[in-house]
Design a protein around this ligand. Structure first.
Ligand code: GRF
Length: 191
């Protein structure tokens, strides 16, 4: 049976798009559901374009009920992929999917991670720190922001003429290149 992926995203969903494209004709897995805490997130439109069901939920449903876990179980979801999802994953969900929830972060963790470190703030901090290199991290999710075990990192050198926009773009290219493949490799290890 095909493995079933659920993507959680709060915003644009360009990574979600790449994952949906990657698995569209795959025999290994499919994206079965896209979930968002943001009713205006563009990722919902992207899911619609792929005819993939989506589900919008509020904080209460996420933190104070079993609603999301029940939905994931009902749809027999095997892996949860956070792709630009801004809420901390609650303990009941971590327990329901041990080592089956992964996230992508736009920096080389453990540097430039943690609460509030998202979007342009990450790239700004990298430039301010005068880093020589920058990159992305794909990691397992635990109860703290950006601290779970690293699965894969990819990096590039920061050039003297780089700006926030250029390093952001280079990082995004790496995310799109690696995230679908890393998910595929993980799923191949599941029985
Ligand atoms: C990415 O940079 C990812 O690393 C971070 O949030 C961003 C999501 O971008 N967690 P998008 O919505 O996939 O375009």
């Amino acid at each position: 049976m095909k493995k079933r992926i659920a993507i959680f995203a709060s915003g644009s969903g360009s990574n979600a798009q790449k994952i949906m494209e990657h698995f569209k004709y795959s025999n290994l897995a499919e994206v079965s559901l896209v979930l968002s805490n943001n009713p205006d997130a563009y990722v919902i439109q992207r899911a619609d374009n792929f005819e993939i069901p989506s589900h919008v939920f509020d904080r209460r449903a996420f933190y104070e009920s079993e609603e999301i876990i029940e939905l994931l179980r009902r749809l027999e979801i095997d892996i949860i992929v956070l792709a630009g999802f801004l809420l901390l994953v609650p303990e009941n969900l971590l327990k329901a999917y041990p080592n089956k929830i992964i996230n992508i972060h736009p920096a080389l963790l453990p540097k430039f991670g943690g609460k509030g470190m998202y979007g342009d703030k990450v790239h700004q901090a990298v430039l301010q720190a005068g880093e020589e290199e920058h990159g992305i991290t794909i990691h397992f999710v635990n109860e703290r922001f950006d601290e779970g075990e690293v699965i894969h990192q990819a990096k590039f050198k920061i050039e003297s003429d780089d700006t926030l926009e250029t390093i952001k773009f280079k990082g995004q290219q790496l995310e799109h290149q690696y995230f679908p493949k890393v998910i595929e490799n993980l799923l191949k290890k599941y029985n």
